[in-house]
Structure formats: C-alpha cells, structure tokens
Design a protein around this ligand. Structure first.
Ligand SMILES: O=C[C@H](O)COP(=O)(O)O
Length: 376
C-alpha cells in the first residue's frame, strides 16, 4: 500500500494523529481540526523571541508600561462596576481536599455573583456543568495542574476529557521546566527564605539540583517542544474552547516570561495567565504589566491570530489588588477570594454612594488557607 502521508509528518502531527487513533470515540466531537505544525527550529524561535524581548523590554525599561493605566471598574458607578468586576472573576477552587459540597457552594456563589466562570479540577467539571445549567457562568478546568511537567499526551487526554465533560475554558500549566532547565543554580539562601509551602521548597530545591547538575547556561531551551505541546492542545481543542496558558511566573525570569508569551501567541492561545497559586508567589504587578505589554506587541506584529488577554491569578485576595491588576491591563482574575473581593466592592460602592448600595452578600467564605494576601 502506498504511503498515505508522502510528506513527512511533523512531531505535532504525529502526536495528534496518535491521540486520535487511540481515542476514536473522541474524534467525532472534535469538529474541524487544524493540525498545527512544528514550524520553527529552536534557533529560529530564539531569534524571534529575542525580537519580542528587545521591543517589550524597551517599553518596560523606559517606564512607559508602568505608567499605562487601563479602565478598571469604577466603584462610583455602583451596580455597573460590581457587574463589570464580577465578570472578570474566575471563581476558583483547586485545593485537592475540596469536596462536592464546596464545589456546589462555589457554583451557587458564582451564579449569585454572576462571575465569569468557576475554575476547578477535571473531576468536578461535570458536576459544575450540571450545577450551572441555564446560567451564563462558564466552567473552566485546569490541565497539567499544578506542575505542568506531565507529558504532552497526558495533557491532551486531560484537555479533551475536560472539553467532553463540558468545560468551555482550559487553564493549561506550561511545562516551565523546559524553559528553566539551563538556569544557573538557585542559591540555598533562596530556598531557605522561600515564604512558600513545604512543597514549594522541595520544588525550589529540585530546581537548584537540576540546574547545578548541568553547566549549560548558554543553551537554547527546547522552544520547539513547548510550541509542539501548545499547538497540539490548540489543535485538539479548537475554538470556541478558550485556552489559557499558566506561566507560573514566580519560576521564570522576565526573558522566560516573554519566551512563553511568544510561544503561547504563536500557538493561538487566548490568554496568558500568571500563576497556579500553588508554587511560589502569585501575580505581581510588574509581571502583569510585562505580560500585557507582550500580548500587545505580539498582536501588533501578527504573532497569533488574535490578541491574547492576561489573567492575573494567585494571591489576588483584596479589592485593591484586583483593581490594580485590572488597571494594569489584566482582563481576568483567577481567585479563590472572589466572594471577599465582591464584599469589599459592595462596601466601597456603599461608601462612595452614601451607603445606598452597600448591601453585603449573605456569607463570606474564603477558599484559601489563612495566609495573608501577598504583598506582591
Ligand atoms: O488560578 C487560580 C489560583 O489557583 C487561585 O489562587 P488563590 O487561591 O491564591 O486565589
């Protein structure tokens, strides 16, 4: 029999075809698949990323980016501001010990507050979809959470399963270890001074170990492998599925954040998102500014089909932080403190309007631990 594919398949194509062959039942639900190819070598990606970095850093270092303010919800606008704010919130529960009751609570709060979405792990997607039937609240599911180091095939399987269960949005964790593999060693002081959980210290210690075992500081990271993974997920989860790439910015240098942003845009992701909330610090203002600058530059130079949005997540636990992130250009907030933020917003609206509209929600429950909002 003659070869049905006379042109050699790219690695993305092989991965996607392999996935479809192993999952024939998923095929019908996929819709038209545009198989995205591997496109460039690592050196070619590196050259493009360098251009992006030069342009974006020029703007950031001049101070122009930090001065740029976007329209956030203005509390003096009362209910309209509350509505706008709520529509930026992905109401999130990702703790492993979350139970069905917490998930049901999350959904009913999201309905009441009219949040944009609930963001959960795969095992709760179906439950959320059924809880939220008939409401505009979307269901978002994390993929590769929270390390991002799972192999591409398992991320594809997870992503497809989430879509099949009714998820409208996928928050995919970048395999950031592919970017940081050649980082210089992290100092033991850094590991010890980490204010993060024990798990983060282990991650940091491993990163340090990996970094010190290689002496490859000048090597180009495997950009092709990152692009291949993102392009495969995009191919198998076409629009209207919204794809967000969680960069885990606490683990990355500015250069690496820009490289990841560039690859996400090239693979037609819809959002770049700062953090999982489980590894290192969460969203910081400078990182959000950097990512917004990157998204704008990449759109202006035609990388990707449309402009990526930025989601600030991890440690967004107060109205003040939420508004700062939105004014820096973030368009979505990933937070487990959505109720608290809305409560603060209602109080503020009440204050700014002579207490006319200062009603409070019936309950305020945090889905986070008791740690203080990060001074990021
Ligand atoms: O994506 C969202 C984060 O996991 C939420 O983090 P947070 O619990 O610090 O709000």
């Amino acid at each position: 029999m003659s070869d049905p594919h006379p042109i050699p398949l790219t690695e993305s194509e092989v991965l996607i075809r392999g996935f479809l062959a192993a999952n024939p039942d998923l095929d019908a639900s996929l819709g038209p698949i545009e198989v995205m190819t591997d496109r460039y070598t690592n050196e070619e990606w590196a050259a493009q990323i360098q251009e992006t970095e030069k342009a974006v850093m020029r703007e950031v270092e001049s101070g122009a980016r930090a001065r740029k303010l976007y329209d956030g919800p203005k509390m003096r606008n009362g209910k309209e501001a509350l509505r706008q704010l709520a529509l930026t919130v992905d109401h999130t529960v990702l703790k492993l010990d979350a139970n069905s009751k917490a998930i049901d609570g999350l959904c009913s709060e999201a309905r009441t507050e009219e949040f944009k979405s609930v963001c959960v792990r795969l095992n709760y997607v179906q439950r959320c979809v059924s809880n939220l039937k008939g409401s505009p609240v979307l269901v978002a599911c994390v993929v590769g959470f929270h390390e991002g180091t799972q192999d591409t095939y398992s991320k594809l399987r997870e992503a497809r399963a989430a879509v099949a269960a009714g998820a409208a949005e996928l928050d995919v964790v970048l395999n950031h270890s592919l970017l940081t593999v050649h980082n210089p060693p992290v100092t033991p002081e850094h590991v010890l001074s980490s204010k993060d959980s024990a798990i983060d210290s282990i991650t940091a210690a491993n990163t340090a170990k990996n970094a010190s075992s290689s002496d490859l500081g000048d090597e180009i990271p495997d950009y092709s492998a990152i692009y291949r993974e993102l392009a495969s997920i995009r191919s198998l989860c076409p629009h209207p599925v919204v794809l967000k790439l969680i960069l885990e910015t606490s683990q990355l240098t500015d250069h690496q954040i820009l490289a990841a942003s560039h690859l996400a845009a090239a693979a037609n992701f819809d959002f770049i998102k700062t953090s999982t909330g489980f590894n290192g610090h969460g969203a910081t203002l400078p990182h959000v500014q950097l990512m917004v600058a990157a998204a704008e530059y990449l759109a202006a130079t035609g990388v990707g089909r449309s402009k990526m949005q930025v989601k600030a997540s991890g440690g967004v636990r107060s109205l003040e932080t939420a508004i700062k992130m939105l004014e820096a250009g973030a368009e979505r907030l990933g937070t487990s403190s959505g109720l608290w933020i809305m409560q603060e917003a209602r109080t503020k609206v009440g204050e700014e309007r002579g207490n006319q509209e200062g009603e409070r929600p019936p309950q305020t429950r945090l889905y986070t631990d008791d740690s203080v909002a990060g001074d990021y």
